[in-house]
Design a binder for this molecule. Structure first.
Ligand code: NDP
Length: 344
């Protein structure tokens, strides 16, 4: 079976992508920042894999994806057929937008491409985990909603104008837009033997399976759901109106992007439907009743995120809905960290 290099295997999405690929029989080499992280990932995945699948998991150390040549040794002599690049900072807890978000996102993405161009002769395809943050655009290019024709150029413009003072959410969107644009530009500017696919998810929820010692250390998107469940969010964000998708569908999309020849050279929105904190609260009230949740309402209306291309080209089929995704997120966190009373 084919060998895949998965960057950021210790992350929420990277771990699910790796587990899914291993369950399909791929051989996965995951990049991690340290040997200790590798052991944590191995332990997290052990119970979810058959013995033969466990043997197909190995690791390569990449301490900092932003450093020039960071992926060279991971790619060299790996004999990979595919690379999946999920590693990128997905956090709003930053001090310096350029250093903490833009540089690792852009240099990390171009760094993978450069290393494969130099050392990865066997690589046929690179799949990059981009984001709806790279797409969100008004007015939309397609009147029915956000499509793969859209680019979040507004985030780049805002970052260029505000620099170090850019709010973290906008800087994150700029980092994802700049990184994805850099990847497509790289393919245009270089004679590559591989092609590129991007997967563009909105907010990703679902059961975390990656190493995480405490709820405070959860990845940003799952923490949003857990914080609503435990009452750490007191009022819903009135302007947060986007889409959502379950991490298991995101993993499936990455695998289908490897195995679908026609996917080459394309971006794919992977969204199950709208997301607001009002909608999330409705699910929590229905499925975890008798608890106090954030007050207020979302005033903004989500722009539809068109997933038709992911169904048509990748064969994604039905997506897991918001309710199942939120319930599974909360239950997985309770299983792992224990239940707590609402702080409200
Ligand atoms: P996580 O924070 O869980 O994972 C991020 C991964 O990237 C981790 O493995 C992390 O390593 C690694 N990483 C980040 N910066 C560096 C660095 N400088 N050097 C080495 N490794 C680094 O986030 P997610 O799994 O949620 O996100 C994964 C990808 O999906 C990102 O590209 C993100 O932009 C994208 N995405 C996420 C969405 C979401 O809602 N979660 C939505 C849309 C896109 P370590 O564990 O050691 O910190």
């Amino acid at each position: 079976m084919a060998k895949v290099l998965v960057t950021g295997v210790s992350g929420f999405i990277g771990c699910h992508v790796s587990q899914h690929l291993l369950s399909l029989g791929f051989k996965v080499t995951g990049t991690v920042r340290s040997a200790a992280k590798a052991e944590q990932v191995r332990a997290s995945l052990a119970a979810l894999l058959q013995p033969a699948q466990r043997e197909n998991l190995s690791f390569a150390i990449v301490e900092d994806i932003a450093v020039e040549g960071a992926f060279d040794s991971a790619v060299k002599d790996g004999g990979f057929e595919f690379v999946v690049h999920t590693a990128s900072p997905a956090t709003y807890a930053i001090q310096d937008p350029q250093r903490d978000l833009i540089d690792p996102a852009v240099n990390g993405t171009t760094g993978v491409l450069k290393s494969v161009l130099k050392h990865g002769q066997s690589v046929k395809r690179i799949v990059v985990t981009s984001s709806m943050a790279a797409i969100r655009n008004t007015p939309t290019a397609n009147p029915d909603g956000l499509s793969e024709l859209d680019w979040n150029n507004a985030a780049i413009k805002a970052f260029n104008e505000m620099g170090a003072g850019t709010p973290a959410g906008i800087a994150y969107s700029a980092s994802k837009t700049l990184a994805e644009k850099a990847a497509w530009a790289f393919l245009e500017q270089n004679k590559c033997a591989f092609d590129l696919v991007t997967i563009n998810p909105p907010f990703v929820y679902g059961p975390p399976i990656h190493p995480c010692s405490a709820p405070e250390n959860l990845n940003a998107s799952v923490k949003l759901i857990w914080d609503m469940y435990i009452g750490a969010i007191k009022e819903v964000n009135p302007t947060l109106a986007a889409g959502c998708v379950d991490v298991r569908d995101v993993a499936r999309a990455h695998a289908l992007a490897l195995s679908t020849p026609e996917a080459g050279g394309q971006r794919f929105i992977t969204s199950s439907g709208p997301y607001t904190q009002t909608l999330a609260r409705q699910v929590l009230q229905k499925r975890f009743p008798g608890r106090s949740y954030a007050t207020g309402e979302t005033a903004a209306v989500p722009v539809p995120e068109l997933n038709a291309k992911s169904k048509r080209v990748l064969g994604m089929g039905e997506y897991i809905g918001l309710e199942e995704s939120i319930v599974d997120t909360v239950n997985a966190c309770i299983d792992r960290f224990g239940d707590v009373k609402s702080a409200l």
